[in-house]
Write a protein that binds this ligand. Structure first.
Ligand code: ADP
Length: 448
């Protein structure tokens, strides 16, 4: 049994292990304190050393602390420790304590003279019954003057040393893993940027020649002085449609790349939504007339919104364009408004093909085309990016977007909300503004 005053010391030391701050060198701080406390309860110790071994029994870490003016670190003949087969080693292997008298075998004579060490207590440090190291205590008394309490207490201290070693080891692994994660993250960011740059450059490079092709094909088709056979006219018309499709795809890809790389800018102002919808409907008239689809604006008294007008225009072009695209001749596309004073809701309703319930939540993801996947030739000829872009823009402008449909053949309604330009919103305009990331100071990477 260990006496009460020693138990108090043990608990005290345990607290020291648990309290030592993360990232500090646990054992280096703990061992000198342990030696002081052991001496304070009357033990005749002059030095303390914790030696850790690897799975093959080789020493991989050693810690020393002593009470002499000389250094046990230099005096210890480490190469003589763990010379397989010695008596103390056999004991320690089996989890027992050993008291050694022939200390000059382990420690050089000049140190022995200064320190007056007469024996060494060697205790096993174990982890799940496996020997991971030893605690060596240099004693100022001879081997015969040791009692069972001293050994028992020493064994208790080895448990604390094991705990401290394990905490330090975990800490080290965590730091290593954190560093690796940080490096991987930095690499991913770099790759991501490379991808964004590539899409952006490739799209820009594609846009110019494609726009030229479109212009020349358009001219060839519409110039009355160029005689065309029916066949050639058909081919040129197909070229024009395909080029337009490609231009749309490139434009959408560019938009997605800008949104995802954070290089988009939102510059909000207050403006009248009804006027903007009226103007956008005007732009869509030719297309709607061609398809024999009727366009209606159900005007109502609503407050002004606070958003980026150009971006809202893009959203309207996408929603009204889709509505016309998915409505059969003779159908109607109407836009209505609602406001509760905080937000303005704009709804684009069509009497078109409708959307089944299961598909409603797929609409706003990237490349979502309900008729088929992007790789197949679609009748609608879209990119499947329009609604993804619209949703991203609405979100950036502090709004929401949703789709409703009663099912196939029953038409669809797309509704998006935007903040009303209240006094409070205008006063806090900077909250609604989005700067391109390149202009915002990059966050400094966290140093580890
Ligand atoms: P797309 O360029 O293909 O139109 P969108 O993201 O704008 O890309 O739309 C994605 C898909 O959502 C469309 O391909 C279509 O299947 C469906 N969709 C969008 N709007 C409507 C609508 N008004 N009526 C029926 N389906 C629609």
């Amino acid at each position: 049994m260990v006496s009460e005053d020693k138990l108090v010391v043990f608990l005290n030391l345990q607290q020291i292990v648990l309290d030592i701050e993360e990232g500090t060198k646990l054992l280096e701080l703990f061992l000198p304190q342990a030696l002081d406390k052991l001496i304070s309860v009357g033990y005749p110790y002059i030095f303390l050393s914790a030696v850790f071994i690897d799975s093959e029994g080789k020493i991989n870490q050693t810690f020393f602390t002593d009470k002499t003016n000389s250094s046990i670190k230099e005096a210890m003949k480490e190469e003589n420790l763990f010379q397989r087969g010695s008596e103390w080693e056999m004991k320690v292997m089996y989890g027992e304590a050993a008291v050694v008298s022939n200390i000059d075998y382990f420690i050089n004579s000049s140190y022995l003279q200064i320190s007056q060490i007469h024996s060494m207590l060697i205790l096993p440090v174990q982890q799940r019954r496996k020997l991971t190291g030893v605690l060596v205590l240099g004693r100022g008394k001879n081997a015969e003057q040791i009692d069972s309490e001293e050994i028992e207490f020493g064994m208790m201290i080895t448990r604390l040393i094991d705990l401290a070693f394990r905490l330090e080891d975990t800490e080290r692994s965590l730091t290593k893993i954190t560093k690796q994660v940080y490096e991987m993250n930095a690499k991913l960011h770099q790759l991501d940027k490379l991808k964004d740059d590539f899409v952006s450059i490739a799209s820009h490079e594609l846009r110019t020649p494609m726009t030229a092709i479109r212009s020349y094909v358009w001219m060839a088709l519409h110039k009355p002085d160029i005689p065309l056979s029916q066949k050639l006219e058909r081919y040129l018309y197909r070229t024009l449609v395909s080029t337009e499709r490609l231009i749309n795809l490139v434009n959408d890809m560019l938009n997605v790349s800008r949104i995802e790389s954070g290089s988009i800018e939102i510059d909000p102002k207050s403006f009248d939504m009804v006027t903007l919808v009226g103007d956008t409907m005007e732009e869509m008239h030719a297309k709607a007339d061609e398809k024999e689809v009727k366009l209606l604006v159900l005007e109502s008294q609503i407050p002004k919104v606070f958003a980026d007008e150009n971006k809202v225009h893009e959203i309207l072009l996408n929603l009204i364009g889709n509505a016309v695209k998915f409505t059969l001749p003779g159908g109607t596309v109407s836009v209505s408004f609602f406001s509760d004073g905080k937000v303005v809701e704009t709804s684009v309703k069509d009497s078109g093909v409708g959307i089944i319930k299961d598909d409603l939540n797929k609409l706003f993801s990237k490349f979502s085309r309900l008729d088929n996947s992007y790789v197949s030739i679609s009748t609608s000829g879209g990119t499947g990016l329009g609604l993804y872009i619209s949703r991203s823009l609405v979100k950036l402008m502090h709004g929401t977007i949703r789709a409703n449909s009663e099912g196939t053949g029953k038409g669809s309604t797309f509704t998006f909300s935007l903040p009303v330009a209240t006094k409070e919103v205008i006063e806090n305009a900077n909250i609604y503004k989005v700067m391109p990331r390149s202009l915002v100071k990059e966050l400094e990477p966290v140093a580890i």
